[in-house]
Design a binder for this molecule. Structure first.
Ligand code: PLP
Length: 411
């Protein structure tokens, strides 16, 4: 097997699995329990949160652990609901957490501002877990340029006095495009200053989904200037269904789940201790290998670009080193995916979820590709399961399959 779909899923690395194992059976205690072994588990959990937080220049208390990036992205948008709570407040006692439970998610959404006010701006190429929740709040899409980068002029034009939250991923999941978050944060700061001068008190927060970036970029929340940042263990050789939301002191959120008051009341439910221990180990390893991996993937990316025949490279610039998006003229990429699978090469057309729903990728559309180009596009994402030998082999197999497909179409 040559797996070239690391943006969709990464295998849990052996070291991560080893770190997680004791917490399934030996150290299984509920961190909220009062006896000593449980307190040790609570301590290990907090320590692991500290490792994840440290990797992005934050503290353990700045993180809300979630069941993946989808939940973290959804949670970020509660910042614009009325009656939010501060994540940094002391963990509420169980009775008050239960009282908070009276306000259900449905009730929270009923408090959402009316559609014509539009408190949300989001990048047109965002993952569906951002796009769908932004649309629930009547959000407006910010355009991207043909190279996939945010159109900063469009952003400036769309910010109004009603805007409360701007969501722009650090790196896109279909194109790998790295967005200029620090530049966006500078624009946000200017708007905030102007509002202050005019006596407007409305909040303006910047959220970024860094699910795809954590593996390949050195992330620091202060340097990026974000108020909210989503992380995803499943994309860094950690377990699936584990994520985190960094929450700055300026952002006040509302819980999506209520109950026992865990995660400072923002994410009730018994902590996923093995998941978070694994996430921390995965983050540690990602940091350790960041520079080496970037160099390696950049080299392999060049090899693929050179050796793949008859295609156009879509993500020419500003991309993560492990993303190669190509487009074949008059070829059905979905057929290529199946043919390649028969030869043991696993690739994606557009985003994995968009492809499985049989819909055209909104991200490829947003950068101006025609339906025909989208239908002929493949996403190859490199990762730790690959070797340089595999990269040459994959290029050769893809070229052969393409040639067969072209011959089939001619005959
Ligand atoms: N955000 C981005 C950029 C992603 O790539 C993904 C997963 O593909 C998600 C969010 C959703 O992650 P999960 O399905 O783990 O919740």
């Amino acid at each position: 097997m040559i797996y070239l779909d690391h943006a969709a899923a990464t295998p849990v690395s052996e070291k991560v699995l080893e770190a997680m194992k004791p917490y399934f059976s030996d150290e299984f205690f509920n961190p909220s329990a009062a006896y000593l072994p449980a307190k040790k588990v609570a301590h290990d959990y907090e320590k692991a949160k500290g490792v994840i937080a440290h990797a992005i220049g934050a503290k353990a208390s700045d993180l809300v652990i979630s069941a993946g990036a989808t939940e973290a992205n959804n949670l970020a948008f509660t910042a614009i609901l009325d009656g939010q709570i501060s994540h940094s407040a002391p963990r509420p006692a169980v009775p008050s957490a239960r009282a908070a439970g009276a306000k259900s998610r449905a009730a929270a959404l009923r408090n959402a501002p009316s559609q014509d006010i539009c408190p949300v701006l989001y990048l047109a190429t965002e993952h569906d877990s951002v796009r769908c929740v932004a649309e629930q709040f009547g959000g407006t899409a910010i355009s991207v340029l043909p190279n996939g980068l945010i159109d900063l002029e469009d952003l400036k034009a769309k910010i109004t006095d009603d805007t409360e939250l701007i969501s722009v991923s650090l790196a896109n999941n279909e194109l790998g495009t790295i967005q200029p978050l620090a530049e966006i944060a500078a624009i946000v700061r200017e708007v905030k200053l102007d509002r202050m001068k005019r006596g407007i008190k409305k909040q303006l927060l910047l959220h970024s989904d860094a699910s795809q970036a954590l593996n390949l970029l050195d992330i620091n929340v202060a340097r990026l200037g974000v108020d909210l940042l989503t992380l995803n263990a499943a994309k860094v050789y950690g377990p699936k269904g584990v994520g985190a939301l960094y929450v700055s002191h300026d952002a006040k959120l509302k819980p999506l789940t209520v109950g026992g008051g865990q995660e400072n009341g923002l994410r009730s439910g018994t902590e996923n201790v093995p998941g978070v221990i694994g996430f921390a180990k995965a983050v540690e390893l990602a940091k350790e290998h960041l520079n080496g991996n970037r160099k390696k993937y950049a080299t392999w990316r060049k090899i693929l670009i050179k050796e793949l025949q008859g295609c156009e490279l879509i993500n020419k610039k500003h991309s993560l080193d492990n993303f190669i998006v190509i487009c074949y003229n008059k070829i059905d990429a979905e057929r290529l995916v199946f043919l390649l699978e028969e030869k043991g090469v696993y690739v994606a057309t557009g985003a994995a979820c968009a492809a499985s729903k049989g819909v055209r990728s909104h991200a490829l559309k947003a950068i101006g590709l025609s339906d025909e180009q989208i239908a002929g596009s493949l996403r190859l994402t490199l990762g730790e399961t690959n070797t340089e030998e595999q990269i040459h082999e994959a290029a050769q197999i893809i070229n052969t399959v393409l040639e067969q497909e072209q011959n089939r179409l001619i005959s």
